[in-house]
Design a binder for this molecule. Structure first.
Ligand code: FES
Length: 159
């Protein structure tokens, strides 16, 4: 069963759509189900620290993917990049009051999307990238490839 909060975010997703002229975008996929998402970031600077000034998402995904993406944008908004990098799938699921076990992988999608967007921004700006973020980026690349193959095989491509 979904919690009320999951249903509420699914029905009224926050920060859904695209940022016009974003600083960076990410694209991630979930090879288990073929769902995909994009994260768009605008990054600002305050007290000499980069922070998430705006964040939006688009997903070709299930109800949990929409709810977890929505809550991920709320958790990340206004945080410094380093703070947002610490947001993990467990935090996202907990913020929603839990997810059915079979749907836990859906929260990976939004966490991966956020981490990948931060990776892309740090890389573009020549910022230091932690080993953990580098590892997450490599996994995100591999899973995106597998997801795209899976979507191709099953005729799930949107274009
Ligand atoms: Fe694919 Fe939820 S079933 S993200």
């Amino acid at each position: 069963m979904y919690t009320e909060k999951v249903m509420e975010h699914f029905k009224n997703p926050r920060n859904m759509g695209e940022i016009e002229d974003p600083d960076v975008t990410s694209k991630v996929g979930n090879p288990a189900c073929g769902d995909m998402m994009n994260i768009y970031l605008r990054v600002g600077e305050k007290n000499n620290e980069k922070y998430i000034e705006d964040i939006k998402f688009k997903t070709f995904g299930c109800a949990s993917a929409i709810a977890t993406s929505s809550v991920t944008t709320e958790l990340a908004m206004g945080k410094t990049l380093d703070e947002a990098e610490e947001i993990e799938e467990e935090d996202i699921a907990e913020e929603l009051g839990g997810l059915p076990k079979i749907k836990m992988h859906c929260s990976n999608l939004s966490a991966n999307g956020l981490h990948e967007a931060i990776y892309q921004y740090k890389k573009k700006e020549g910022m230091e990238i932690s080993e953990d973020l580098e590892r997450k980026h490599k996994i995100a690349q591999k899973t995106l490839e597998k997801t795209e193959e899976m979507r191709q095989e099953h005729g799930l491509n949107e274009d």
